[in-house]
Design a protein. Structure first.
Length: 201
């Protein structure tokens, strides 16, 4: 009788182990499925992010890559406010996302500068935003321009700085207005001289 009870007990133990093992496998299968679904969702989200960024970069007249290490939150806030006045967008984006977006547009000329933290400036007009970034970099030694694209052309740091030093549209208009006023003044003086000569004749 004890032998029979022992056999039944052993059988019950083996059945228990079998059920437990099956439950663990089922649980792992479910967890594996959830992990796979989560990974696919993350991958899809990144692909959509790359696609959206690629569209922005493609239509922008200015794409500027900068290194923002060493600046404070207050500095970034101030820079964002300045750029907002130039209708520019300033975003910190992971290098691999920027690289994939640029490559999607057939542009690999900036791959070598995509190292370290990167903030991207995107704008429809390039003169004012470029000047704002250049002036900010002069006041903040750690803030660096890495490279960029102006109207579809990849430019080095030196080329971008040269562009940034050119007079802005408003400055050119001011210079033109000054020149016109100067010429008008000269013309007025000349006319007065002619009138005076006629009166004396």
């Amino acid at each position: 009788m004890k032998l029979i009870q022992s056999l039944y007990a052993s059988k019950a133990i083996w059945i228990g182990f079998f059920i437990l093992e099956k439950n663990i496998k089922n649980k792992n299968h479910i967890l594996g499925g959830e992990y796979k679904l989560a990974s696919e969702a993350i991958l899809k989200q990144k692909e959509e992010e790359v696609k959206a960024l690629a569209e922005k970069l493609k239509t922008a007249n200015l794409v500027l890559l900068t290194d923002y290490r060493g600046i404070t939150v207050e500095d970034v806030t101030s820079l964002r406010n300045t750029l907002r006045g130039t209708n520019s967008e300033y975003k910190v984006i992971k290098n691999n996302i920027v690289k994939r977006a640029l490559n999607a547009n057939g542009e690999a000329g900036l791959d070598s500068v995509l190292e370290g933290p990167t903030a991207v400036v995107i704008a429809d007009e390039y003169v004012e935003p470029l000047k704002a970034i250049y002036n900010f970099s002069k006041d903040n030694d750690f803030y660096k321009i890495k490279g960029g694209i102006v109207e579809g052309k990849v430019m080095s740091v030196e080329e971008l700085i040269t562009l940034a030093k050119l007079p802005s549209r408003q400055e050119l208009l001011g210079m033109l207005a000054g020149a016109l006023l100067g010429n008008i003044s000269k013309l007025a003086v000349a006319l007065d001289q002619v009138k005076l000569q006629k009166e004396q004749a």
